[in-house]
Design a protein around this ligand. Structure first.
Ligand code: HEC
Length: 152
């Protein structure tokens, strides 16, 4: 009984707090921007570090690639929730992220599909498939940036 009461109190406090913030998970728009840019930076690091292997400039260590792809897959799920309304100002996201929400979602889906293929290729330990899937992932990054990221 006591637990239930505490839970009810917690909800009564938490719900208005969530509803009043610009975007539920983040206290301020700057926090959301910082979060998604950080996730993108980490994606670039974990994607970029595999390229020498795919280009044949470094030896293929199947276990190391598999572990790195798993990290990349985890990070790849993170940025999207941080593109809430009211978080465009002072970022490099184009207004199209919000005015063309369906297009932005489609670009995420394309990326997600390519990531699924990359994970499958890493699990299979198949370097040719990894190369192909990595190419698709790279195109999905670029495809989205061309449409939705401000060029500096
Ligand atoms: C569905 C769209 C989309 C996909 C897919 C995507 N990005 Fe981004 N990316 C963006 C947007 C939009 C920004 C600008 C974010 C901002 O400034 O708030 C961005 C910013 C970045 C930045 C700059 C971060 C900073 O510090 O300002 C890097 C680096 C980056 N992306 C790398 C990648 C890589 C690497 C991939 C693929 C593995 C990728 N992105 C996939 C949309 C995308």
């Amino acid at each position: 009984m006591k637990k239930i009461t505490l839970f009810a109190v917690a909800c009564a406090v938490a719900v208005p707090l969530l509803a009043s913030s610009a975007y539920a998970q983040f206290a301020k728009p700057e926090a959301a921007i910082n979060y998604r840019q950080s996730a993108m930076t980490l994606m670039a690091s974990h994607f970029g570090r595999m390229q020498p292997v795919f280009k044949g400039q470094a030896p293929y260590d199947a276990a190391a690639i598999k572990a790195n792809v798993a990290v990349l897959q985890t990070i790849a799920a993170l940025p999207w929730a941080a593109f809430g309304t009211g978080t465009q100002k002072d970022s490099n996201a184009k207004p199209d992220v919000w005015t063309d929400a369906a297009g932005f979602k489609a670009a995420q889906d394309k990326f997600s599909t390519a990531m699924t293929q990359l994970v499958a290729a890493a699990d299979a330990g198949d370097l040719d498939k990894l190369r192909a899937a990595s190419g698709d992932v790279g195109s999905a990054c670029k495809g989205c940036h061309d449409k939705f990221q401000v060029k500096k």
